[in-house]
Ligand binder design. Structure first.
Ligand SMILES: [Cu+2]
Length: 124
């Protein structure tokens, strides 16, 4: 029969291996975006570009854009950069008027994990 000390030790080993699982560290986090978060741009952008810490699956990744009057902005289909699998490009189907815009993004990274987030930028 195992002593309680060895059971405790085994439990700690299991816990440590769960916490140190590399996949848990490989989620795609947003590292850079254009227009930049909290930026105020002079001209309406033609696309949103989002860079992540990991490669993303374009078929399961995208973003919605909400305008100053809480309206949904029309966007094209999100695609992944051909040169950079960590970059997602969302073309905008309309010119943005002055005001504050909110980007809600969601991605599935190449390891199959989902992440999402939100940021805002403004058009002068
Ligand atoms: Cu992951």
């Amino acid at each position: 029969m195992a002593s309680s000390a060895s059971m405790l030790r085994n439990a700690l080993i299991v816990l440590a291996s769960v916490l140190a699982t590399p996949a848990a560290l490989a989620h795609a986090h947003l590292t850079k975006q254009s227009p930049a978060a909290n930026a105020e741009v002079a001209a309406s952008p033609q696309a949103l570009t989002l860079n992540f810490s990991e490669g993303v699956e374009p078929g399961f990744s995208g973003a919605t854009l909400t305008g100053p009057k809480k309206e949904q902005i029309k966007t094209g289909k999100a695609s992944r950069s051909e040169q950079d699998k960590t970059q997602l490009i969302i073309p905008l189907a309309q010119t943005l008027e002055a005001g504050k815009y909110t980007v809600d993004w969601h991605v599935v990274s190449v390891d199959g994990h989902k992440t999402k987030g939100q940021y805002t930028f403004s058009v002068k």
